[in-house]
Design a protein around this ligand. Structure first.
Ligand SMILES: *[C@@H]1O[C@H](CO)[C@@H](O)[C@H](O)[C@H]1NC(C)=O
Ligand SMILES: *[C@@H]1O[C@H](CO)[C@@H](O)[C@H](O)[C@H]1NC(C)=O
Ligand SMILES: *[C@@H]1O[C@H](CO)[C@@H](O)[C@H](O)[C@H]1NC(C)=O
Length: 446
């Protein structure tokens, strides 16, 4: 099994009435009502796949593998083909543990589930008891028959008198031929907030997966899809969401968070997005290194008529991948700035990565901020901690790569998680704008 969290087709696309999320949130502490959930980033000590003794180089290797698999996945979905890439064979979320997780609890009594937060999936599903092929799930399986608040989603509404419920089937199949199937149901979902409180949402529709078509340990219990499809949780509760990502290098940072619905943080500059193939595409207009704007041809980032190209903002990729022409310009500019003072280091196996001997914190003070410019004046500013990665004590590398490096014929550029560090990213699904606000996520809690 490889990268399972990307639906290629929803075999059953179901039309739900507008019934689905009856109530938004109640919060146990005396806070304004907001639907907030802590999120667990790759590398965090709170991540179930955290390896305490993993070196920075080992983490980066997993990030590269994981990002490559995700890129192959994105490409396969864009082209509607199957994944045929070496990376998919050896990278899965369980091997790499490089996915963003949400710790949510379902039912009464609440059963904790770690699910992948994926802005490019539409459905919310978890593994449910009884389950075939779920041996390696994390923690307890959710058992609908033991939750007093669970109700099946019936094919036909039962009215007030009740009826024999014929449960609505749930089937999802992924581009790497993994799958999950079961029935749809509804229950209470409880999130943990960053200030140790909880946020509750009642009567949430989700897929209860009783048959999981994975070959190996998926390493998570389900997927929380946040794209703009009609049935995604993001669409159902207020058509807004935001996530805030702190410093990935800080394993103890615990203020990374997801806010769903009305309370979402839509602050800072915004840029329009479009959704294609289930991904959020933004209009990138340029890149600057300090004051210097790279000479990128305007059409470079545009989406082509056949649906290839464009720039995707993604949370499943760690590294940022730019189309080769742009990567080359950026690479050359960084070499111009650093080449005289630093000795280049060759990262064996990953030669496309531009690396130098030195320390980010000691030697790169004053290195110009690298800015990604988007339509309507929104920017993502990458300081040295976002643009470089300390691979070894004395070697740092650029966290941006060329799409061609991975043998994946991607024509799209992908903005990854490292580039979104120290930002709150807000999505307004009604007006189709994404907001970038540079902030320490701790300022959002409370
Ligand atoms: C990590 O390293 C420490 C000290 O070197 C050792 O005591 C510990 O057992 C190691 N932990 C793991 C999970 O390998
Ligand atoms: C998830 O939440 C449950 C219930 O609050 C808690 O017991 C568990 O430790 C959490 N797991 C992680 C990985 O944070
Ligand atoms: C899509 O169009 C671009 C140019 O417009 C072309 O270079 C590319 O090969 C096409 N891709 C596919 C998959 O047809």
């Amino acid at each position: 099994m490889a990268f399972a969290h990307e639906p290629l087709h929803l075999l059953l696309l179901l039309s739900f009435s507008s019934c689905c999320f009856s109530s938004t949130s109640t919060i146990s502490s005396f806070k304004p009502q907001r639907l907030v959930s802590k999120i667990i980033l790759p590398g965090s000590v709170h991540h179930p796949h955290h390896k305490p003794n993993e070196t920075a180089k080992e983490s980066m290797e997993l990030d590269i593998q994981h990002s490559a698999a995700r890129l192959a996945y994105i490409q396969a979905r864009i082209e509607g083909s199957t994944v045929s890439n070496d990376y998919t064979a050896n990278a899965s979320p369980s091997l790499t543990g490089r996915t963003i997780l949400v710790n949510l609890s379902i039912g009464k009594p609440p059963i904790p589930q770690l699910v992948i937060m994926d802005t490019a999936s539409d459905i919310f599903w978890v593994m449910c008891n009884p389950c075939t092929n779920c041996e390696h799930h994390l923690g307890l399986l959710f058992d609908p028959s033991k939750s007093s608040t669970y109700s099946p989603q019936c094919k036909k509404p039962c009215g007030t008198k009740g009826c024999n419920c014929d449960p609505l089937p749930f089937i999802i199949s992924y581009v790497d031929s993994s799958s999950a199937s079961g029935t749809f149901g509804r229950d209470t979902v409880v999130f943990e907030t960053t200030d140790e409180g909880t946020s509750e949402i009642f009567d949430v529709l989700f897929g209860c997966g009783h048959n999981i078509g994975y070959n190996t340990d998926p390493g998570y219990n389900g997927i929380l899809g946040l794209n703009n499809a009609p049935n995604s949780l993001a669409t159902k509760i207020g058509k807004k969401f935001s996530y805030c990502v702190g410093n990935l290098a800080d394993q103890y940072y615990n203020y990374n968070q997801l806010i769903l619905g009305e309370g979402a943080e839509l602050e800072g500059y915004s840029t329009p997005f479009e959704v294609h193939h289930g991904f959020y595409y933004v209009t990138m207009e340029g890149i600057s290194v300090g004051e210097k704007r790279l000479a990128i041809a305007p059409a470079t980032f545009e989406m082509k008529e056949n649906g290839t190209g464009g720039v995707i903002i993604d949370t499943g990729t760690t590294i940022t991948f730019l189309v080769d022409d742009v990567f080359k310009l950026l690479y050359n500019e960084v070499r111009n700035v650093l080449g005289f003072s630093f000795r280049q280091a060759i990262y064996e196996n990953t030669r496309w990565m531009l690396c130098y001997y030195g320390s980010i914190s000691r030697d790169l003070v004053g290195f110009p901020v690298v800015t990604f410019h988007f339509a309507d004046g929104a920017d993502l500013a990458l300081d040295t901690g976002s643009f470089f990665y300390q691979l070894l004590d004395d070697v740092f590398c650029m966290t941006v790569g060329p799409v061609s490096s991975l043998n994946i014929k991607s024509k799209s550029s992908i903005i990854g998680l490292l580039a979104q560090q120290n930002y709150n990213v807000g999505y307004d699904l009604v007006n189709q704008f994404v907001y970038f606000q540079r902030i320490d996520c701790v300022l959002l809690s409370g």
